[in-house]
Design a protein around this ligand. Structure first.
Ligand code: KG4
Ligand code: ZN
Length: 351
């Protein structure tokens, strides 16, 4: 089964062609970073307009790169949420229209389920059940994964997501946007033990997170040392990163031990962080836990993970309602109000 995946939940317009949920024929991601960096964060209204401009070209590019004909596509899978309302609507409307015109099913996919399934696009995917750490700009969640479509949420952040904390600290240090990757690179040049920022483990046996305290501690450090912190930026970055990684790796290793899982996965944009990848692999090894982390291009937002999840969804629920007149389920949006506010706040002010 050849599935066209479409993802437009935030600031990337993406399309991919995936065969049987695992063979990736093409993955095209058109990023809007250059537009949003002028504002220091994603501006939702601009994001949706940019998706409209890009979507047709991105889908055509994916079909051409996959070297298939449009008639070969058996189904469309599209991100339903969570994400920015206007951005989601662009991908969703395009996918519905495409499916209707070609008389093929349109499968709605949850973005977070997409990230979890991204490890199934790699060779040697994990065996069920396993635990997954989803670390992105909007979420920091731990799941017990029973099948490709059945996940139990074990814990989540109570305030900032880990990626959001990276982005905000990067902004405080004047490193620019998007902050995670820049801060991660700079941290490699700094001393991770130079400054001790607290480790918010909360209840050590449970799996909730809190990152806003570390972020505030960095802010205080900068204020207290305003005359000389500029020379210490790599050390601040490395020390901040170290405290976030300590918590993330502790929690996911503990989750796999508690649930007796011999495999764990790390997915989402922050899973691209070199130090986080190395740390989790090195801590899992002596405990005989196998670690699955997608390649860098599949950590950030992409449509391959959406097409992959669409394949498993259509296997478990073969009936797909393709009624073009049915509008988007607005309940999904209202649940995402907090995320919307966060993105907006993020873009207006770093703290
Ligand atoms: O999954 P993703 O592309 O989008 C969301 O679903 O949010 O994740 C984006 C997040 C951003 O916060 C970005 O700063 C962070 O992932 N990120 C990183 C790195 N690369 C991206 N954070 C830390 N280290 C990185 N190398
Ligand atoms: Zn994402």
């Amino acid at each position: 089964m050849i599935i066209l995946g479409i993802e437009t939940s935030c600031d990337e317009t993406a399309a991919a062609i995936v065969v049987d949920g695992k063979k990736l024929l093409a993955s095209v991601v058109s990023s809007q970073i250059n537009v949003h960096k002028n504002y220091g964060g994603v501006v939702p209204e601009i994001a949706s307009r940019k998706h409209i401009e890009a979507i047709t070209y991105v889908v055509k590019d994916a079909i051409n790169s996959a070297q298939i004909k449009i008639d070969d596509i058996n189904a469309v899978a599209v991100t339903q949420g969570p994400g920015l309302i206007g951005s989601l609507l662009v991908g969703f409307s395009f996918a519905k229209a495409f499916a209707y015109a070609r008389n093929i099913p349109c499968i709605q996919v949850n973005h977070l389920e997409g990230h979890i399934n991204s490890v199934f696009l790699e060779d040697n995917p994990p065996c069920f059940p396993f635990v997954a750490l989803l670390v992105s700009g909007g979420h920091t969640n731990i799941y017990y994964v029973k099948t490709n479509t059945d996940f139990e949420l074990m814990g989540q952040t109570r305030d900032d997501a880990a990626g959001e904390a990276f982005d905000k600290v990067s902004k405080m240090l004047g490193l620019g946007y998007p902050g995670g990757a820049i801060l991660g690179q700079l941290a490699e040049k700094g001393d991770p033990y130079k400054i001790h920022f607290s480790r918010p483990y909360l209840d050590k046996d449970k799996f909730d997170f809190s990152f806003s305290g570390i972020k505030t501690a960095v802010k205080r450090y900068i204020e207290t040392n305003k005359d000389n912190y500029q020379n210490m930026i790599p050390d601040i970055a490395a020390s901040f990163q170290e405290s976030v990684i300590d918590v993330l790796s502790y929690k996911i290793i503990n989750a796999s031990i508690q649930r007796k899982c011999s495999s764990l996965a790390v997915v989402g944009g922050v899973a691209a962080n070199k130090k986080l990848r190395e740390r989790i692999i090195s801590e899992a090894k002596p405990k005989s836990i196998t670690v699955h982390i997608p390649s860098i291009s599949l950590c950030g937002d992409n449509a391959a993970m959406i097409a992959c999840t669409g394949f498993y969804k259509i296997q478990s629920t073969p009936y797909v309602d393709n009624d073009i007149n049915k509008t988007y389920n607005l309940d999904v949006f209202s649940k995402d109000t907090a995320l919307q506010k966060n993105k907006l706040r993020n873009c207006l002010s770093p703290q």
